[in-house]
Design a protein around this ligand. Structure first.
Ligand code: FES
Length: 313
């Protein structure tokens, strides 16, 4: 577990891609290079009120002179995108974390499925796959036509790109059943978009090897029926035992006990509070960790345990 460095970057430029879509270019005021990142990575952006939101990097990973994030204004969202659209103008300082990648690309033939602004992490991934001749196809669904985004995609994957625009009656519709049913079973699938799209892809790939199916979440899946129960946390280095009541997280209780634990989203989507555990029956409630990673790692902000869990702290 490690805290991410927060950088004070400047907004170098804004490109208004659509009424509700802006690309923001961020630069360090002094340093010529920003930390390296890989396709699919995101940064945390600190809002004025101290809250943090995650945004995928949509620039070229080879160009470390600046980062770009692309943000859709969500009028019924949690306020972060509206603040970015209104406040992050050229010259303003933005507090941005070093990049983290929870959506790591395999060096293998892959199909990309994007819905709406979920296209953002997939842009750099599609580019990287295309450069290695590993891009099987790129499917992009949106409600309105996103000409600027489509132009970016066509720059590298014109022949493998299919677009679906639901507001245009003549536009084709993505038939996921037919698409997934026709795919070679050695492909990896990367999907980011509305929950309904990701849920459908998940259902249709139920009988695939889970290691080949990848999703990027920017908000948590709330299970209304889940009833948290109290349990114990044991700190392996000291033997200290903490009780985690039903209305608190492990993260809360560790902090109350004086442990310094980095966190960001507190929703199980960013990966900042990841911790190794040594034993215990863990109830994983995050949207980040792969089935393999869950064998010995957990997210302290949302995951819980039955009985007790021993943390490698
Ligand atoms: S703080 Fe983001 S996953 Fe826990």
């Amino acid at each position: 577990m490690s805290a991410r460095i927060i950088m004070k970057l400047h907004v170098e430029r804004r490109d208004q891609l659509d009424d509700d879509l802006v690309r923001i270019w961020l630069k360090h005021p002094l340093k010529p290079h920003l930390p390296a990142w890989s396709p699919g990575a995101h940064v945390d952006l600190r809002l004025e009120d101290g809250k943090i939101r995650q945004y995928s990097l949509t620039s070229d990973p080879q160009d470390l002179s600046r980062y770009a994030i692309t943000v859709k204004r969500e009028n019924d969202g949690r306020g972060g995108s509206s603040w970015i659209h209104e406040y992050l103008i050229e010259g303003v300082e933005a507090r941005v974390s070093t990049p983290r990648n929870n959506f790591v690309l395999s060096e293998t033939r892959s199909l990309l499925i994007a819905g709406g602004v979920g296209v953002t992490p997939l842009i750099s991934m599609g580019q990287a796959l295309n450069e290695k001749n590993l891009l099987y196809a790129f499917h992009f669904c949106s409600r309105r036509r996103q000409s600027n985004v489509e132009r970016d995609l066509k720059n590298f994957c014109d022949s493998t790109l299919s677009t679906y625009v639901s507001d245009e009656p003549k536009s084709p519709r993505l038939d996921l059943v037919a698409l997934i049913g026709s795919l070679p079973r050695d492909l990896h699938i990367y999907c980011c978009g509305p929950k309904r799209l990701m849920a459908e892809v998940k259902e249709l790939t139920n009988d695939w090897n889970p290691k080949q199916i990848h999703f990027e979440f920017f908000s948590t899946e709330i299970d209304e029926n889940y009833k948290p129960e109290p349990f114990n946390v044991i700190i392996s280095s000291t033997g200290q035992t903490l009780r985690v009541p039903e209305n608190h997280s492990i993260l809360d209780m560790l902090r109350m006990a004086g442990h310094i634990i980095p966190s960001s989203c507190r929703q199980g989507v960013c990966g900042t509070c990841e911790c190794v555990y040594r034993s215990g029956d863990v109830i994983h409630r995050d949207s980040v960790l792969s089935p393999d990673a869950r064998q010995n790692r957990m997210m302290l902000c949302v995951s819980r345990a039955r009985g007790s869990v021993t943390l490698d702290l």
